[in-house]
Design a protein around this ligand. Sequence first.
Ligand code: 13P
Length: 254
Amino acid sequence: MRTIIAGNWKMHKDRTEAENLLDAIAASGPFDGVEVLVAPPFPFLDLAVRHVGGKGVRVAAQNCHEAGQGAFTGEVGVPMLRSLGVGACIVGHSERRQYFGETDVMVGRKVAALLKDELQPIYCCGEQRAEREGGTHFDVVATQLHTALSGLGPKEIARLVVAYEPVWAIGTGLNATPEQAQEMHAFIRAELRKLAGDAADAIPILYGGSCKPDNAAGLFAGADVNGGLIGGASLVADQFIALVRIARDAKRTA
Ligand code: 13P
């Protein structure tokens, strides 16, 4: 199984800060079996490909439009990303759902657009705090997965990376316990199996939500936790590089 550490920079960094962080990450390789991705804001994607391309780090976007091109002011199409050498794209992040009104149906269309142009979708799902407290978290995540992905065939779903991001743990300093993470990741894999059959066993499922060097070893130890989608800690080179090493060690001893 692949192990992935992906950094979601969200709306952070200026050009110089971005270059410094990219250079520090590239210089810390080789990564010994861990796939490393960075997802900077759109203006820095070209620069990111130039700084880390060929150094074992892949570049991902944080969002895309479902159409290839057209009169959609302010949007970015998948062919544009592809032409820059961007290899993957986060879709369905809870911040896109919460602040920009993205629904599972919209997210499903973006996943299809990415697969059509051979970019790897990093599909995010996860429940709100009230949903976990109300005990509906499994239903919520199952509905997200099936609504967004049911239009795809098993071979297409096999090309995804899935990220479980409990919304109550994002940027809050709260994280799922290793047991909560593994339990939900195993559930997600079982739901993916309904959609993609045995191919689900090879789909990386990443944990995201206040994942830091001091809690990552326990989280990454879960059998169905195949790495992390990292927010805040991906903005600090030492922390991000530490997370790559922790993931490598967790999977080596597994
Ligand atoms: P934090 O690691 O800052 O909680 O963010 C997680 C996240 O949203 C990654 O996409």
